[in-house]
Write a protein that binds this ligand. Structure first.
Ligand SMILES: Cc1cc2nc3c(=O)[nH]c(=O)nc-3n(C[C@H](O)[C@H](O)[C@H](O)COP(=O)(O)OP(=O)(O)OC[C@H]3O[C@@H](n4cnc5c(N)ncnc54)[C@H](O)[C@@H]3O)c2cc1C
Length: 471
């Protein structure tokens, strides 16, 4: 049976015959609305986003990506790229265009001799960790194992190894990209160096990445890590300790502070569930005896209500936060980079955590600093080299009728705390409504060079469903 004619939201009509041609060029499936698997493929982590692509190509390899890019360009179709589908703004999915779903491309190849790994763009962080850890190696990735590597790496990327080795994108060796004009190109310090620079923070603006090559480092397989929590009323003292420890810490030590209502997690006693807590998620990737000594004062601090800070595998450390961020809830974030942890900011974090309206929301302080601060600002567009922490106000709830209250909680907290920002913000944490002004804040003085690279590599702005670099 010939496929029906498809009409896009931009009024473009694609005849069934043309669709059949695309179908024969693809090894993976081509899905239209109503096809089995269509709704699953278009669904992403943030349930606030409900978009309907006219076509979904479930790519199985580079040739599929190439066919998809060429088709979108030739037919003037909006084109979106789905890696892990974790972007808060829902940039993976377009309305009425072609979505290239890369989530089936999850191969990882490790070369322990040169401490490097190549990974396909549908990989989740956990895919890469599992393979690299077989060799006692790790790439610099993020804190939640089911996040996509593609969006994370292309926007910067930070996690438990960032203070030792910089942004994820600082640790890229090479990238393979399908360009807007349908060529498969390699980018590295030596080949297409301008494109390589742009892709290390500039997001999906320049092409579709089909392969990432990461530098790896010896890590684990065991680390000292885990979580430790205290009652909400202890937050002022715990955050003061957190501030001192963070300022003096070795780059091997990483600690995330979370203010929220206690979830019903098995490591927290029942009587505390639903009550305010402050939790620290700690990971020390240095030698185990040294790590144990350095986390001892945290374990001995005050009267924790739960403590699973111990020797554990790096892989298990990487998934500790997963359960708090399930796919399918409604999410809204506000975020800023911080030059330092000012006592007044910490006090305001406690105050706004006290006004949380959903049991899933949190105010989170992520550590940066260390190696990230040592590179010059223009090293890559991810920039923001003066930041030592990221403040993320994360609203998370279940019902659409609660949207306004939860969004307003996050916005009010942000309005009150944004004065402590470096002036920069993380492009990967920008929500749907955060446009040009915030994109400029994310890139600062690196923006102009991104414009030049965009002009050269994507003059027609084929890749525009992203935090777009405007010419
Ligand atoms: C629960 C959770 C935890 C997170 N934790 C961290 C963290 O610890 N550290 C951190 O740095 N960030 C973190 N993030 C933010 C994360 O970096 C972004 O959400 C990122 O977009 C996720 O990548 P993805 O592949 O899942 O994105 P997707 O939603 O699939 O894609 C987002 C955008 O990335 C671009 N893109 C994706 N794939 C490609 C490709 N192959 N080629 C070109 N462009 C592409 C496209 O522009 C696309 O529109 C977290 C996000 C979530 C939801």
């Amino acid at each position: 049976m010939t496929a029906p004619t498809v009409r896009t939201t931009e009024g473009i009509q694609i005849e069934g015959k043309t669709l059949e041609q695309l179908r024969t060029r693809l090894r993976g499936a081509l899905l239209l609305s109503g096809d089995p698997g269509y709704d699953e493929a278009r669904s992403i982590w943030n349930a606030m986003i409900d978009r309907r692509p006219a076509l979904i190509a479930r790519c199985l390899g580079v040739a599929d990506v190439l066919a998809g890019v060429n088709f979108a360009r030739e037919h003037g179709l909006p084109l979106s790229i789905k890696g892990g589908g974790h972007n808060i703004a829902g940039l993976a999915v377009c309305d009425g265009g072609l979505m290239l779903d890369l989530s089936l491309m999850r191969g990882v190849w490790v070369d322990p001799a040169v401490r490097a790994a190549r990974a396909q763009p549908g990989c989740l962080l956990g895919d890469v960790d599992r393979e690299t850890q077989l060799h006692g190696l790790a790439a610099v990735l993020g804190f939640v194992s089911n996040t996509g590597i593609a969006g994370l790496t292309l926007g910067g990327g930070f996690g438990y190894l960032t203070r030792r080795f910089g942004w994820t994108c600082d640790n890229l060796l090479s990238i393979e990209v399908v360009s807007a004009d349908g060529r498969l190109v390699r980018a590295s310090e030596k080949e297409n160096a301008d494109l390589f620079w742009g892709l290390r923070g500039g997001g999906g603006n320049f092409g579709v990445v089909t392969n990432f090559e990461y530098q790896l480092y010896p890590v684990g397989p065991e680390v000292i890590g885990g979580a430790i929590a205290w009652r909400g009323e202890d937050a002022p003292k715990v955050l003061e300790m957190y501030r001192t420890v963070s300022e003096e810490a070795a780059p091997e030590f990483n600690c995330v502070a979370v203010l929220r209502l206690a979830p019903p997690a098995p490591w927290l006693p029942k009587e505390i569930h639903g009550k305010p807590i402050i939790a620290l998620f700690v990971c020390h990737t240095g030698p185990l005896d040294q790590a144990e000594r350095q986390v001892a004062p945290i374990k001995a601090f005050g009267a924790p209500v739960g403590d699973i800070l111990q020797r554990r595998t790096y892989v298990s450390q990487q998934s500790l936060l997963d359960a708090t961020q399930p796919k399918g809830r409604r999410y809204y974030w506000k975020s800023e980079y911080l030059p330092k942890l000012e006592p007044e900011l910490l006090a305001k974090s406690i105050e706004h955590a006290g006004r949380i309206v959903s049991p899933h929301s949190a105010i989170v302080l992520f550590p940066l600093g260390g190696a990230l601060n040592r590179l010059p600002e223009e090293h890559s567009p991810a920039g923001n080299r003066e930041a030592t922490s990221v403040l993320n106000i994360t609203a998370s709830w279940e019902k659409a009728e609660d949207d306004q209250t939860n969004i307003e909680w996050a916005r009010a907290a942000w309005r009150d705390m944004r004065g402590f920002s470096t002036g920069g913000t993380y492009v990967n944490f920008l929500t749907e409504e955060e446009g040009d002004e915030r994109i400029h804040s994310a890139y600062g003085k690196n923006y102009q060079r991104l414009v030049e690279i965009k002009t050269k590599w994507d003059p027609q702005n084929l890749f525009r469903i992203n935090k777009n670099i405007k010419r």
